[in-house]
Design a binder for this molecule. Structure first.
Ligand code: ATP
Length: 447
């Protein structure tokens, strides 16, 4: 059984036609019994999605009736992207999960996807425009093993024109997704507004960008090999464990290798690639921190990291928070303060008070507080007390405002990686505000 991801669009329609005919030829010529299973995912996002699903099913039925070895299955995604999340990323994750489950349930070990060279060129450019690193520029692999399933993109080196010609030659029908014209999506903007100009000025652009992806894939493989070998050496020296990294392992390496090894360890700890800002902070703050200094902590998308005596460790999640009628994330340091209320979080001796400002008064945008973070002071923070004064070290600001030492233990509130609020000082002058937004304050428990 061979599975194929079939959206009903031009590329997967062409690939399905080519695959099912190749399977029929193999069955006839070699006595094989190869079956193709077309898998469709209904994202539930477009009003047209029911029609697309019906089109895919009808097309497969027609080809099966003609005697081709083909069957069809579809699945509807449930839920919806959370507010503020990327619709594209939500749809992609759900689609890959659904495809993987359907293929495995059917006993398929091979799953074909129909991306081609222009898709690859777009991905490279999008990654470059986001400032992506080698892993981003490596774009889509031709093939990849995931959870017992081989995902393959047989047409990744094919130009789109070849697929157009195939469709025309076989007079294949396909659906048009109207969202492909929606330039709110970055990929569509690139495809509709940028690539035509780029191709006109540099006719080899698509090929060259796809070639860049291949170079980046090689560089990525090298990075991974070097990280594995450096990790093995560090482990042999007692400096590396899955739950502890002695920074001596990094100090022994060149800056580029130290960066590579740290990212490797963080990916194991976080279960996902580490944000570049975290890697940079750790390299500039943790590596420079004298061994005898008190412990320091860094928030991450996963567990909090703590550095103590030159050893970096992920901290276990804090115990479940006691709440005062407010929503609390299990990871205490990542919080949603976008709704008015009182928030008491485990491990912090006080309450966060969030209130609505009067309609004409300035407050913080709810969006800003939706993904706030609480951090302990780690040193080196800058704070701006007033507009038109330069930011200064937090300690200097506390001294200037005569904030007592006891008040300096309060958590620091961050959003979008910037310091927003400090107990005793209030809001940083640079923070965005809007009329009728939210007011926030830390109210410490009485001693
Ligand atoms: N709804 C879907 N159901 C099943 N597979 C899909 C779906 N959407 C995309 N795919 C698979 O992922 C590949 C890349 O997705 P992309 O969004 O670029 O495709 P598309 O423009 O919707 O359709 P096509 O690539 O067929 O023209 C598709 O070629 C197809 O193999």
């Amino acid at each position: 059984m061979l599975a194929l991801a079939y959206s009903g669009g031009r590329d997967s329609s062409a690939l399905l036609h080519a695959t099912v005919h190749a399977a029929a030829r193999l069955n006839a010529d070699c006595g094989a019994a190869l079956q193709v299973l077309a898998l469709h995912v209904h994202h539930g996002l477009s009003t047209q999605a029911d029609g697309w699903e019906r089109h895919c099913q009808a097309q497969c039925q027609q080809w099966a009736d003609e005697g081709l070895p083909l069957s069809f299955q579809s699945r509807r995604l449930t839920g919806a992207p959370a507010r503020g999340d990327s619709v594209e990323a939500w749809a992609r994750d759900g689609r890959y999960r659904a495809l993987s489950e359907m293929a495995q349930q059917a006993g398929a070990t091979l799953l074909l996807l129909a991306q081609h060279r222009r898709d690859q060129a777009e991905t490279v450019l999008l990654q470059a425009l986001r400032g992506g690193g080698v892993a981003g520029l490596a774009a889509m692999p031709q093939g990849q093993e995931r959870a017992g399933l081989s995902w393959q993109r047989p047409w990744l080196q094919q130009p789109r024109e070849a697929i157009e010609a195939y469709l025309a030659q076989h007079r294949l029908s396909h659906i048009e997704d109207d969202s492909n014209a929606d330039t709110r999506y970055a990929r569509n903007r690139l495809r509709l507004q940028v690539l035509p100009a780029l191709q006109a000025a540099f006719p080899q652009a698509e090929q060259a960008l796809a070639q860049t992806a291949q170079w980046a894939q090689q560089a990525l493989a090298l990075q991974t090999e070097i990280a594995a070998s450096d990790a093995a050496a560090a482990e042999a020296a007692g400096l590396w464990r899955a739950d502890a990294l002695d920074l001596a392992a990094l100090r022994a390496l060149s800056p580029a290798r130290a960066n590579n090894l740290l990212r490797h360890w963080l990916e194991l700890v976080l279960g996902q690639p580490a944000p570049a800002s975290l890697v940079q902070r750790l390299l500039s703050e943790a590596l420079r921190r004298p061994r005898h200094q008190a412990a320091a902590r860094w928030p991450t998308p996963g567990p909090m990291l703590e550095l103590y005596r030159d050893v970096l460790r992920p901290l276990p999640p804090p115990p479940a928070a006691s709440t005062a009628g407010a929503l609390v994330d299990a990871v205490v340091e990542a919080v949603d303060f976008s709704q008015p209320g009182d928030y008491r979080l485990a491990g912090w001796p006080g309450v966060w008070r969030v209130r609505l400002a009067m309609p004409a008064d300035p407050g913080l945008p709810a969006d800003l507080l939706r993904r706030a973070e609480l951090r302990r002071r780690s040193g080196g923070e800058q704070f701006q007390l007033q507009a038109r004064t330069p930011p200064r070290g937090l300690k200097k600001c506390w001294q200037a405002a005569a904030v007592p030492a006891s008040a300096r233990q309060a958590p620091l509130l961050y959003a979008r990686d910037a310091l927003v609020y400090v107990h005793g000082l209030g809001l940083d002058a640079r923070v965005e505000r809007c009329a009728g937004g939210l007011l926030i304050a830390w109210v410490p428990d009485e001693a």
